[in-house]
Design a protein around this ligand. Sequence first.
Ligand SMILES: [Zn+2]
Length: 243
Amino acid sequence: MQTTITDADLRATFRAFVIGQAEPWHRAHLGRLYTRWDEWNAAFFQGRLAPPYILFSPHESARAYGDCSNISSFGGRAQIRIRPSLLTGTHRHMRQGESFAEGLARFVTDVLPHESVHQWHIEITGQIEESYHGHGPAFAATCTQIGAALGLPPVRSMKRRGSGAAMPSCAQWLICVRSADFYLGAYAYAQAEDAQAQAEDAQAQSQPAAVLAALLDQIITDVDAARLAEARAALVRIRRLVN
Ligand SMILES: [Zn+2]
């Protein structure tokens, strides 16, 4: 006899497997993320979201900490991926070692709510905001509303304009509204970017064409993804190189 399995069944079964029977590392870390997801679903989405597939798996773009896809890798729905190097600390923005374990766990747990807001707009409101790569006014409004309940400051849509231009972009929410010490030193974005810029400056002395090509490739990728702030930063680096 053939049994039909629905998408909702499979998502619930996947989650039950992860929580109950996955390998210990996955059970511990994905289990914590599912607990977090449950809390957010109840507190901010009226319990209306169905459990997503939560995976430790990198996005194609090295810059993305996580993503939420309407269609999963195997043709199901609602897949949330989190870059595993954020938890192990091998990501270049993170610090490794036992003393950073708690901060790394906090960071990864903060990547999930961002993806939950994407899930909300994909599955419930239908406001996908494609021209903003998902980070438009509707996404920003949801982040701001949830943030207000948590005592966190508001964010703007990813396109910087108007009176809200000085606010942080929702493309980096929830990380961007946390206080500097919230991740207990495990998140070292500015230091990592400085170190990379210095390494590129050093390389530029010996191989200027290679550095220029890499920066131009980065600008093309950033423009395609409407990441204007990042594209501008790369242009500033090029300006400095030709001094
Ligand atoms: Zn996003």
